[in-house]
Design a protein around this ligand. Sequence first.
Ligand code: GTP
Ligand code: MG
Length: 370
Amino acid sequence: VESLTVAELAKKLHKEPSELIKKLMFLGVMATINQELDKDTIELIANDYGVEVEEEIVIDVVDIESYVDEDKEEDLKERPPVVTIMGHVDHGKTTLLDSIRHTKVTEGEAGGITQHIGAYQVETNGKKITFLDTPGHAAFTTMRARGAQVTDITILVVAADDGVMPQTKEAISHAKAAGVPIIVAVNKIDKEAANPDRVMQELTEYELVPEAWGGETIFVNVSALTGSGIDELLEMIQLVAEVEELKANPDKLASGTVIEAELDKGRGPVATLLVQSGTLKVGDPIVVGSTFGRVRAMVNDLGRRVKQVGPSAPVEVTGLSDVPQAGDQFRAFADEKTARQIGEARMSRHREANLAQNTKVSLDDLFNQI
Ligand code: GTP
Ligand code: MG
């Protein structure tokens, strides 16, 4: 940073220009909003807010969401596709994933209803695929929207005996809004009442026209229960992934998105992260949403401890000072000091925003926040 105006610096620090002008006055500098500040003054003010101006990027990085990775073409390597399973409640999303993974997640669910986003990785034909399972129940719109935003490919599960339903339509609009290709899995094909042609017919209304009918959408008839069609579905996923040419640079500090997070009684804040770029390692200082910490331990979807994970991998992380929010961005840093400074700056910004929102704040609340 060579020079910035008061207004520009205020924006970067998420402060009011008037606040900066006051602070400058204390320092004996009479400044106007458009005044250029030199490097030393910028540093003085930034440090006062707990933000260090070590390199050019540090202040910008307070906005980890808008930080753009600039990778050289030769540093980009193929990465697994992130595939989100969406569809109406009970159409068989979790069973389909169980069938792919040879697991029995469905049996453990309360009332057979998925209530969170599950993140898993499988390997077929020597290639990995990351799957996100979303809930189909009407109440979980935000989770479906979030799933669509981090994904490369959407699998739209439609039960062949039920057809297009409200959350089928909702899933289509999320995928379209996110600009993500859709593969239709017509499920429960084993059922007597199954009518896959009707599903195709209904979906043409949403511009999902099967290739057989001159359209471009891939349809695969499957039965999550008997396993029929699953191999073909996996092949289609890999085909679409190849066309998309999904790449990321694994040889740098990790960044990505929080899939979900909670406070665990024994382990403290636990977050499931999707690494989208770089490699996340145990010990990495990390800023996650409005919190930060150091990666204490990482556990993969099979419950095994791992030391590092690369692009497209989902991983459960402990070591954060607070519980982040699902959908938050995260970014690892080379040193703990930087992560702490940025984390604290973001934390106080978050706190201030919260305070400003609650016009009536009780003293208790205030003390809890401090
Ligand atoms: P939510 O996550 O709550 O939206 O439901 P879901 O889409 O994950 O559905 P789930 O996998 O829980 O399956 C719902 C019911 O459909 C269960 O009873 C499954 O056994 C059944 N089911 C799923 N796939 C098939 C299939 O291919 N054939 C038949 N006959 N039943 C299926
Ligand atoms: Mg489910």
